[in-house]
Write a protein that binds this ligand. Sequence first.
Ligand code: C2E
Ligand code: MG
Ligand code: MG
Ligand code: MG
Length: 288
Amino acid sequence: RAKSAGGNRFELADPEADARAITRHGLTTALPTALERGEFFIEYQPLVHLGDGSVRGAEALVRWLHPQHGVLGPDRFIPLAEHTGLIVPLGRWVLEQSVRQAREWRELQGGAEVVGPLRINVNLSPCQLTHPGLVQDTVDILERTGVEPDALCLEVTESALIGADDDLLKPLRRLAEMGVDIALDDFGTGYSNLANLRRLPVSILKLDRSFTQSMQQFPADPVDVKIVEGIVSLAHSLDLAVTVEGVETGAQAEQLRVLGCDTAQGWYYARPGPPERLHELALVDATG
Ligand code: C2E
Ligand code: MG
Ligand code: MG
Ligand code: MG
């Protein structure tokens, strides 16, 4: 099949682009009922304290077990879910499942608990931020599950909050006042005004993986070191904790620890996995 590209010029159709469009169309069609069919599941990736290596909690990462295509990562379907509006019920489902899971871990932890009960991080899409039910849904879920607000951290990307007006920040402020932590995800990629941080009801910066990657070499590029140092010192002076994502090697972990980062997440510690795995890791860690 050839497409006319105007005039006498002809362009061959790109079969891969066609396949992608067909898949995207198929996924978009299957998406609305996937939630009812129970095709989504959540993997958990530990959040590790850089000072003592203990597991402090986990980030919930959603996956879609598609009947034909197998396991799909969020990058394949979250944008479609945002486009079709499914993100609101899907996000609510992820939140409820994750908070329930956190309660279960906390119950299982029992006496082995040495560093405090495990906490749970859940990603929020910008569409959920503008949805009027966000605060009430969150309150309801915490009440239904009997989990304290301070066990929960909601992750919002820096780009979702760039230029955010007060209306957008209001629900986040309410949640923060209740004791829910708000983390600024993928920090450092959005070119936001650093002074803007003061306005945002956030208590955690999640430094984007690109910074972690630049700590691959030892010693790392001195300019990157200075940038991370600057971010960490600014964050700490504003009472924000710093989490680093995408830590794949011990050298990265060590350099980021020395630079003052508080918490780390990445394949070096564990890939995202089933909830039992997280519990095992936390337990091993607590009991030595
Ligand atoms: P994110 O929130 O920045 O999550 C971190 C991503 O980095 C995850 O990708 C995780 O699997 C991956 N990762 C963790 N450690 C490493 C590492 O050491 N190396 C490398 N290369 N990657 C690592 P994943 O699971 O594919 O999720 C991608 C994005 O999808 C997330 O980025 C988040 O923005 C979004 N997402 C995931 N779950 C949800 C959800 O429930 N709701 C919403 N709205 N978005 C979600
Ligand atoms: Mg995240
Ligand atoms: Mg992130
Ligand atoms: Mg990221």
